[in-house]
Design a protein around this ligand. Structure first.
Ligand code: AHR
Length: 689
């Protein structure tokens, strides 16, 4: 039977791709045939292990954290109290009088003589008896674990009598989970705290605060934190959710948005300076997703407890580069609101000050603030994303002004520019053209599309200009349903496989693609606005979607150098295989990633040029019987990467890629074995015959 040789890498190395047809067919072998199952002739995969290509950027696989779907407040930020500072527009949102309708006391919101001017509202509670107080419902309830400790704290002053507080954690059935007492209050505001130990586990607990009367108090900044947070930090992050990010081994963390950075209006944009320093002084802001159709969330606000300091600290903890996104002087494009060009200075100054906050000496004005927050050493900021999904000449003009000032003052900082919300419309083409002329360093493309788009774009970057800006795919996710914001989207296996196919294209083109991240990262099962998402959680547990495991399989098997790979396919064609290959310099392993999205196995013969491979090899496989299969809180590992060893591997060898699968093959070479045996240090070159 005839075979067709397809060798995309030869054109990658020769520069700009022009022959779209040839190249488009090169990796995606998607064709028609009538060969019966069993008759299928093998696809020949040739990995040119002796011709290492481009280096893969350490930032290739990252994450994008945006406070959407309760990702920060109610999610990663471990505070359990909703509206702790009574600064929501409805200051009692999240709070209720207990017992409801009781006349045994009174509650009122006041703003005279607050404990701090920046946080003016507080609650006054006057009680006649023992069982009067207020209850906080948490952010869709509070997740409490048996045996764990919880730290209650509040600013309190006595206004009548000699008040005492009884703090009680209760379950959804009013069962008492923990209790503590506080007293000794004076007429001066002061912070008090108590530790509660939970007797039972409950995902929808509430916090009750009783004032033992007759007496009265003023109370503010009412907080309840698990003692066990990420790295056990006070004001910390939810450890299990951070662990989910850590397990992705992200090369960078993009933050804080998205649409959140733009804001519905400019006064609602994300402003990093409001998110640092004393917690009580971080001015609350409505979350731009609060009114998001089709799932408005009226109680969605940003406390900024997870602000820019905590973000930089998280990047440092995870060994990920920070990648802040800053407003470019334009609100979300639909608002039409933008700062005039001659009034952009405060926006650009925000960028300069952020660089100083991150990297400046502790003696500089903004570096001093970082040092005062406990981090005198710099955070090593290297890139900034200017704007989000703004488009047209207005965006380009604003980007130009940012670039002019920042390049002059901080040539060490790389700027990332955007090309809009779509990966192929006229706005995209316009912006790409302009940014190429402006010699932008990195251009960030977004793609929220159906699986067909991702399969169809697996060879997209094969044909990109090698001399232009580098590329980031800074928001992508396969949507199972049509339309951008469809609440019926499911994160199923098909979506994950299509993303994996697309990602083989990112990896093969690592000479120009330097960063990528899925979006959005998190969603609370009871408080989401957008689907699909990478990680879903409730107040106690979390699970990764199949897309999560695809991200993890790429990131944890990232390698250092691209290896050219080509396919020889039988004619007529029967199969679709999406493939990439890399070399891991630390272990001298050859790593092959392949997606078979079809219902039949794909039989291959794998040639590795002259590399000598040694048994056993490792196969990591993500698969499930149906493309519509998913994970859930109840079955979090329904679709999960399974590892197995392959014996008797020698090049060439036969391998059958399973139906509906994404596979990572890790092939040891003789150098790997020598390194293992002699404990030789990394960077041993591959040995060839
Ligand atoms: O990822 C969710 C949203 O999609 C982002 O906030 C926005 O940038 C994009 O349109």
């Amino acid at each position: 039977m005839n075979k067709r040789v397809q060798s995309p890498e030869s054109t990658v190395q020769s520069g700009i791709r022009t022959n779209l047809n040839t190249v488009g067919l090169a990796i995606v072998i998607l064709l028609m045939s009538s060969l019966a199952c069993g008759d299928v002739e093998k696809v020949t995969v040739t990995v040119q292990a002796d011709k290492p290509g481009a280096k893969i950027s350490p930032t290739m696989w990252g994450v994008f954290f945006e406070d959407i779907n309760f990702a920060a407040d109610g999610g990663v930020y471990a505070e359990l109290v909703k509206n702790r500072s009574f600064e929501f527009p409805n200051p009692m949102m999240g709070w209720s009088k207990i017992p409801s309708g009781s006349t045994l006391g009174m509650i009122e919101i006041l703003d005279r003589n607050p404990f701090i001017d920046a946080n003016p509202h507080y609650l006054r509670i006057k009680a006649d008896g023992k069982d009067f107080g207020v209850s906080n419902e948490g952010l869709r309830g509070m997740g409490i674990r048996a045996g764990d400790k919880y730290v209650f704290s509040a600013q309190v002053r006595a206004v009548q009598g000699q008040p005492a507080l009884r703090i009680v954690l209760v379950g959804s059935d009013e069962r008492k989970l923990a209790e503590a007492k506080l007293d000794g209050f004076t007429k001066q505001w002061k912070k008090y705290s108590a530790t509660l130990c939970a007797a039972a586990t409950e995902s929808k607990a509430r916090l009750n605060i009783y004032v033992e009367g007759p007496s009265g108090i003023d109370i503010d900044m009412v907080s309840l934190f698990p003692e066990k947070t990420w790295k056990n930090r006070p004001n910390g992050l939810r450890a299990d959710l951070v662990q989910m990010i850590a397990d992705l081994k992200p090369g960078f963390i993009k933050f804080p948005g998205g649409f959140l950075t733009e804001g519905r209006r400019l006064d609602n944009r994300y402003q990093w300076k409001a998110t640092i320093g004393d917690l009580a002084e971080r001015k609350l802001m409505i979350n731009a997703f609060n009114e998001f159709r089709p799932r408005p969330t009226p109680d969605y606000f940003q406390s900024y407890g997870l602000g820019f300091f905590e973000y930089f600290q998280l990047c440092e903890d995870l060994g990920a580069e920070p990648q802040p996104v800053l407003n470019c002087g334009m609100a979300a494009q639909f608002s039409g609101q933008m700062a005039p060009l001659d009034q952009l200075e405060p926006y650009i100054q925000d960028a300069l000050d952020l660089i100083e906050f991150a990297n400046g000496p502790a003696t500089s004005p903004w570096g001093k603030k970082r040092a005062e927050m406990g981090h005198p050493q710099p955070f090593d900021l290297k890139t900034i994303r200017v704007g989000n999904e703004q488009v047209g000449p207005h965006y380009i003009e604003r980007y130009e002004q940012f670039a002019r000032v920042l390049k002059a003052k901080h040539p060490e900082i790389k700027l990332i520019a955007g090309v809009g919300p779509e990966p192929d419309d006229d706005r995209f083409k316009f912006a790409w053209g302009k940014l190429r002329e402006l010699k932008a360093a990195i251009v960030d493309e977004h793609a929220h599309k159906q699986p067909g788009w991702f399969f169809g774009n697996a060879a997209r970057f094969d044909r990109y200009d090698r001399k232009g800006p580098k590329v980031m795919t800074g928001e992508y996710a396969a949507h199972s349903e049509p339309g951008l914001i469809n609440p019926n989207n499911r994160s199923n296996l098909e979506c994950a496989l299509s993303e994996a196919a697309f990602m083989t294209g990112l990896e093969r083109n690592a000479d120009i693609v330097v960063m990528s991240c899925y979006a959005p990262l998190f969603a609370h099962v009871d408080a989401w606005q957008w689907t699909p998402d990478l990680i879903w959680f409730d107040n106690l547990n979390a699970y990764g979607t199949p897309s999560y495991y695809v991200q993890q399989m790429f990131s944890c098997n990232g390698g250092d150098v691209v290896l050219p790979v080509s396919l020889q396919v039988p004619e007529p064609h029967t199969q679709r295989l999406y493939i990439s290959a890399v070399c891991d310099n630390m272990t001298s392993e050859i790593i092959i990633k392949a997606v078979n999205p079809t219902k039949n196995p794909i039989e291959t013969q794998i040639n590795l040029s002259r590399a000598r491979v040694a048994s056993p090899a490792k196969a990591i496989i993500l698969t499930s019987p149906k493309l519509t299969d998913e994970n859930s809180l109840e079955a979090p590992k329904n679709i999960f990467p399974v590892e197995g060893m392959i014996q008797n591997v020698s090049a060439p060898f036969n391998y059958s890629f399973r139906p509906y699968s994404f596979t990572v093959l890790r092939l040891s070479t003789e150098s790997t074995q020598a390194r293992r045996a002699a404990r030789i240090d990394p960077m041993v070159a591959l040995r060839y015959e």
